[in-house]
Design a protein around this ligand. Structure first.
Ligand code: COI
Length: 362
């Protein structure tokens, strides 16, 4: 595959948002509602490899109605954040891990692998033009959303010979409207997110599309997120609609479900590393719903939380199903949960040392 040079052409947005408009967004960004003035894109074709890297004004993407992604969902994405430190500098957290995961997702979806240096450079390019959009204060950040899709206009079912990679950016506050308040989880007893040998471990839109009906059920039942079990036995805990799950045992052991059909979360692995650094035992292993329920009821499981780039660490107060409740709606956030959360965010915002060299200046 031919690799061209990495010089991005830059077409500045002639009509950017005004300073007042931008400040209004940054004062209360929410999650995923607002976008910066620019986007980055790189083309790929079977014969030309990656080419034409550019920065251009944020706006609609011209697309042929026959573009394969619109029909067969050949698409992947990533999520990571840019953090503003007290001295004004802008940093990302373990972007190489996102680059590597995007390459794994690409292999599963028969898309081309974007080289790590292209991925990292694409992040630097968007920050170079939209640095003013990185908020400061509280737990705000600029959420970066790299994505790749099949652009070729062709209705046969085969990997597309033309693909596009983009990065857009969105100022972000808390993912859940309640902030760090413990959330309620709904166990989907009728729907699965992903099957054995399927695309569950890839970050592809289809996994999120298949979660929506169950997520709607969660909302109807007063819950914030949906929890999925394995698709074969409906017994093993997998993950939530958009984040991983971690359980804390009374003896300090931290357990997270292991399965080939869940997404390997960068945030999750980082939190588990921080826990291991404290000398705690960390286990990646299959976890049944019965173990979870009995553990909470007997007091063996003392804390539970959800984690992901968007959610950071969000304590789980209770898990509800059609005929049961584990925990209670007013359960407070766990002590270890909040202390790991603080350590992670202190590293991300440059408030403490970064012993693993996770931060990369953008
Ligand atoms: C993320 O945490 O970055 C995700 O992609 C999950 C999504 C629910 C926002």
């Amino acid at each position: 595959m031919a690799q061209k040079d990495l010089t991005f052409s830059v077409a500045r947005n002639e009509n950017p948002k005004s300073v007042e408009q931008r400040e209004a967004v940054l004062a209360n960004p929410g999650f995923g509602n607002h976008f910066t003035d620019h986007m980055v894109d790189i083309c790929w074709s079977e014969h030309g490899g990656w080419h034409r890297p550019r920065v251009q004004p944020y706006g609609p993407i011209p697309m042929d109605p026959a573009a394969a992604v619109l029909h067969y969902a050949q698409e992947i994405f990533e999520g990571l954040k840019a953090y503003r430190h007290a001295d004004g500098s802008i940093w990302s957290f373990r972007p190489e891990a996102n680059a590597a995961r995007m390459q794994r997702s690409a292999r599963r979806l028969a898309l081309p692998e974007l080289p790590t240096e292209y991925f990292l450079e694409s992040l630097k390019q968007i920050i170079a033009v939209d640095a003013d959009w990185v908020p400061s204060g509280g737990e705000t950040s600029l959420y970066l959303r790299p994505f790749m899709f099949a652009k070729e206009a062709f209705l046969g079912v085969r990997p597309a010979a033309k693909v596009a990679y983009y990065v857009i950016a969105s100022p972000a506050g808390a993912y859940f409207s309640g902030g760090v308040t413990p959330v309620s989880i709904w166990l989907s007893e009728t729907h699965s997110r992903a099957g054995v040998g399927g695309t569950g471990a890839a970050k592809t839109g289809g996994n999120y599309a298949s979660s929506l009906i169950a997520q709607a059920e969660a909302y109807e039942n007063g819950c914030d997120q949906v929890l999925f079990l394995d698709s074969v036995e409906h017994k093993y805990v997998e993950e939530l609609g958009g984040m991983n799950v971690v359980l804390v045992y009374k003896n300090g052991t931290i357990v997270t479900p292991k399965s080939d059909s869940i997404l390997e979360g960068v945030t999750r692995e980082s939190l588990l590393q921080l826990a291991a650094d404290r000398g705690l035992t960390v286990e990646h292993r299959p976890v049944t719903m019965d173990e979870w329920r009995e553990g909470v009821e007997s007091g063996e499981i003392t804390e539970m939380f959800a984690c992901g780039t968007a959610a950071i660490v969000t304590p789980i107060a209770q898990v509800k199903g059609a005929n049961f409740t584990i925990g209670s709606a007013d359960a407070p956030a766990g002590e270890l949960t909040m202390s790991l959360r603080k350590e992670l965010t202190d590293i991300q915002y440059g408030r403490i040392a970064d012993p693993h060299g996770w931060m990369m200046r953008l």
